[in-house]
Design a protein around this ligand. Structure first.
Ligand code: SF4
Ligand code: SF4
Length: 422
């Protein structure tokens, strides 16, 4: 059932932060006292918001949400506990969207629900994020272009030292005027979702005729303005056999990068009609294909939310081109929902605090869940015993979604759980 407009979303909270008025040492004390048990404290909601993550820091927006430009400008890149400073923040600026994709983790709806973060709250979030960054801010949704204050937010993000990118859906709302005003506000790049190589497939998937045409027209406007864009494709049943076709299209369209995403069973994707996830063996096959063509793909290519890609590349004798682990949820990457709930990533159905009660930088530094995710040695089950846990780490959101425990097995990995630690 959709929770659109039904008030604060984001799952239950796992943080226990005190409220915003008091700051300083009391925050940390409150956090320590609230440290949750290792096992997921139960009761996931049936739907959730979400962002997306990318986990790497390469200069492009990630999925709709997501992505990230540039080199990291934040000091030595480490927090006092050894975790990474914020490199990438996906902020779901609104749950509203003009499309109705079946795999939507945001469970998006046609109009903006009451209670989304205001312009001032957004400005404050961006300033707080700079204290643990700055990084790349993905203004995401839903469809972020439905917010008429997007320019104000981009200005605030840029002034705070961040690199601001926008994750739009099909670009229909990205008029020449909007491109120009967002460019003046500091937006550096856009990401789009294209899941099929043809109009028929794409339009049927998004449930709106003309989606693919709108996207192509938006690309033309961006090329005209000299603004870069990235294309994201979610791999699922129905397009897994067409990835080479999509790759050729993405190159022909002049995209700056192509990111492959894999379905996480949250939001509308928890009961997918058309975006049925692949089997573990099929995912492994796609990842091996991607690893084989990545170096000669014709543009920068990334695999997102299939952290075992690092393990597969190692097994194939290929160089690991990513920084850090395959998943950076909570360790360089964070997500903020339209209602202010903070999570390690948009697919991770557990809020660790709300920026309305606690400054974002305090949550990012201190949330017990984030601290757990920064320590691969806290992993359990097959991932905890795996020789690749430090370069892969498994998908924590899938572990949580399937077992209710965020430090357990990645349910989609085919690697034997009995591997010895190195
Ligand atoms: S936890 Fe899973 S879905 Fe979230 S960023 Fe990591 S790999 Fe992606
Ligand atoms: S067992 Fe876990 S850590 Fe090892 S490769 Fe698979 S997902 Fe990655």
């Amino acid at each position: 059932m959709s929770r659109c407009g039904a008030g604060p979303r984001g799952g239950h909270t796992g943080g226990g932060f005190p409220s915003r008025p008091t700051r300083g040492r009391k925050w940390a004390a409150g956090v320590r006292m609230a440290h949750p048990p290792r096992t997921h404290p139960g009761g996931r909601p049936s739907s959730h918001p979400g962002g997306q993550s990318d986990g790497r820091h390469d200069g492009q927006p990630a999925s709709h949400p997501g992505g990230h430009p540039g080199g990291h400008p934040g000091g030595d890149g480490l927090l006092p506990d050894g975790g990474r400073r914020l490199q990438l923040l996906a902020w779901e600026t609104t749950q509203a969207c003009t499309l109705a994709c079946p795999h939507c983790r945001a469970d998006a709806c046609p109009s903006r629900p009451a209670g989304e973060l205001t312009t001032d709250e957004g400005r404050r979030l961006l300033a707080e994020a700079a204290r643990v960054g700055p990084g790349i801010i993905i203004l995401s949704g839903g469809e972020p272009l439905l917010r008429d204050d997007l320019e104000d937010l981009a200005v605030a993000g840029t002034a705070a030292g961040h690199t601001v990118v926008v994750a739009t859906n099909d670009g229909l709302l990205l008029t020449r005027e909007r491109i120009a005003s967002l460019q003046r506000a500091g937006v550096r790049r856009y990401s789009f979702s294209v899941h099929f190589p043809d109009e028929e497939g794409q339009d049927e998937f998004t449930a709106r005729p003309g989606t693919m045409r709108a996207t192509r027209e938006a690309f033309a406007r961006l090329r005209e303005a000299g603004v870069g864009f990235q294309i994201n494709t979610t791999v699922m049943r129905g397009n897994a056999e067409r990835l080479e076709e999509i790759r050729r299209l993405v190159v022909d369209l002049g995209a700056a990068a192509w990111h492959l995403f894999f379905v996480v069973p949250t939001g509308r994707a928890s009961t997918p009609p058309r975006s049925a996830p692949l089997t573990d063996a099929e995912i492994e096959k796609v990842l091996r294909w991607a690893a084989g063509i990545e170096a000669s793909a014709g543009l920068p290519m990334k695999v997102t939310c299939a952290p075992q890609y690092a393990r597969i590349k190692a097994e194939m004798g290929l160089k690991n081109t990513q920084r850090g682990r395959g998943c950076m949820a909570g360790d360089g990457f964070a997500f903020v929902s339209s209602m202010g709930e903070v999570k390690p990533c948009g697919y991770f159905d557990l809020s660790v605090g709300n920026v309305r009660q606690t400054p974002f930088d305090v949550i990012y530094r201190e949330a017990p869940v984030f601290r757990d995710l920064r320590q691969p040695d806290r992993l359990e089950g097959g991932c905890g015993a795996c020789a690749f846990r430090k370069v892969c780490g498994g998908c924590r959101a899938r572990s949580l979604a399937v077992s209710g425990h965020y430090l357990g097995d990645d349910p989609h990995c085919t690697y034997p759980a009995s591997q010895q630690k190195k």
